[in-house]
Write a protein that binds this ligand. Structure first.
Ligand code: HEM
Length: 416
């Protein structure tokens, strides 16, 4: 027997979604006491679901495809029209392989060194200032690091503009979409910039190191043996730069977690196992990507629910990471909970997607995100500073979320 899906009254719920942000889906699921509901956003009917079983279904590529799932506006500003996010089956697998190769262990070692050098330089500058705004400083630090690592020349005079453009892309849908125009302009500038660099590589005017991300993407051939078009190659480069700079939010939230949970600092200094749990808890607890979208490949029935062909399906990432059936006291920040989580479980902790890394759409940068969070923690823990009065709250209806004050720190000095 097919069950009807609980759904809220009303023609369309886009406004409610903009008002409620990360909580939009959970609010309705809690209200209907159901982990699967129907809703309508941007005029499209969607099935929304949460929890580990839903994640397992969502990442079953025999059931779902990505092509055409994201609305065009979001697709063009956030991730580009022909990027890996939209590909399915063999084409997806081949492109994902290339990206995973770009982000391999050897590259991560290079990245570690570049990142640490940039942290040392930044801290020397912070020591000279009365006050820093941590998020702003980190955005610049991460922009320089990622460009350096990818192999993109970045001149000092352009650092502020490039950093600002990446921030505008990240926040294009913040403030109920009013930042969209800025985000779109920034994306166009970034595409022009990176397209120029790809052209320079292909015409032999720039010689990036053979294994560098820039080299690999510029010379990548698709399944038909053709090089990616220049805009498409530029999109894939931007799809590394943009999420890399997004890690700054996690770095700031780590700092917030330390400020708000005084007991964790001591253990972070002493216990590397605890550092792992802490990073996982930051990723679980604090908001990043609210949900992911796919489209039903064919009609099917799951748990007596009918999924029609082409129906949009949303997996609630934030709601899954805060679901009380999966997590004990989910609204408390408790790193120790991760000592009990089976590391092989691919469907419970899902801030960066779930399932298989190679064959599914799970985030290609998960390892790098953890690595950068660990380095950020290591350096921030070496510092002493004063924390002036400020608004450290973050809003769950602002996507992506960040502490309101962006974390102001004063009188920075290195610990004795
Ligand atoms: C703040 C840190 C990050 C968060 C919260 C995050 C989150 C996500 C999410 C939710 C997805 C989509 C999964 C899906 O569509 O089912 C994704 C995919 C992806 N991410 Fe990340 N990500 C982060 C950092 C990174 C970094 C640092 C990189 C690269 C250096 C990266 C590269 C990618 C790529 C290439 C994909 C597409 C994978 C595919 O479609 O197969 N991400 N990420």
């Amino acid at each position: 027997m097919v069950k009807p899906l609980p759904k809220e009254e009303g023609l369309d719920h886009t406004i409610a979604w903009m008002n409620e942000g990360y909580l939009f889906l959970s609010n309705r699921m809690n209200q209907f006491n159901s982990d699967i509901i129907e809703t309508k956003i941007l005029g499209k009917k969607c099935i929304a679901m949460r929890g580990p079983e839903a994640a397992e279904l969502f990442y079953d590529s025999s059931r779902f495809i990505r092509y055409g799932a994201l609305p065009k506006k979001a697709a063009s500003v956030i991730i580009g029209k022909n990027s890996v996010f939209h590909l399915d089956d063999g084409q997806h697998h081949k492109r994902k392989q290339m990206l995973l190769n770009v982000l391999n262990d050897e590259q991560q070692i290079q990245l570690e060194q570049i990142s640490k050098n940039q942290w040392e330089i930044a801290i020397e500058q912070w020591k000279q200032k009365d006050e820093i705004v941590l998020l702003d400083e980190l955005e610049q630090l991460f922009t320089i690091t990622v460009c350096n690592w990818i192999g993109i020349p970045l001149y000092a005079k352009n650092v502020s503009l490039r950093t600002k453009d990446i921030r505008s892309m990240l926040t294009a849908f913040t403030n109920k979409g009013t930042n969209y125009f800025q985000g779109n302009q920034a994306k166009k500038r970034a595409l022009k910039w990176i397209s120029y660099i790809i052209r320079q590589v292909r015409t032999g005017r720039i010689h990036p190191k053979e294994k560098s991300p820039l080299y690999q993407i510029a010379w990548y051939e698709d399944s038909n043996g053709k090089l990616l078009s220049i805009p498409n190659a530029a999109e894939e480069v931007i799809n590394i730069i943009r999420p890399f700079v997004a890690i700054t939010r996690y770095a700031c939230f780590s700092q917030l977690a330390i400020l708000e949970n005084k007991q964790v600092k001591h253990r972070l200094h002493k216990d590397s196992q605890y550092v792992d749990w802490f990073i996982q808890e930051v990723k679980r607890f604090y908001p990043a990507v609210p949900f992911v979208v796919a489209k039903a490949r064919e009609s099917f029935i799951w748990k007596d629910i009918y999924f029609p062909k082409n129906r949009l399906v949303l997996l609630d990432l934030y709601g899954s990471n805060h679901h009380q059936d999966t997590w004990e006291e989910p609204e408390k920040f408790v790193p120790e909970r991760f000592q009990f989580l089976d590391k092989k479980d691919r469907y419970k902790l899902i801030p960066q997607g779930a399932g298989d890394l190679e064959f599914g759409h799970r985030c290609a940068g998960e390892g790098i995100t953890t690595q950068m969070m660990r380095i950020s923690l290591e350096y921030l823990l070496r510092l002493d500073y004063d924390v002036p009065d400020q608004d450290l709250n973050y809003k769950l209806n602002q996507v992506p979320a960040q502490p309101s004050s962006k974390i102001r720190l004063q009188n920075i000095r290195i610990k004795e």
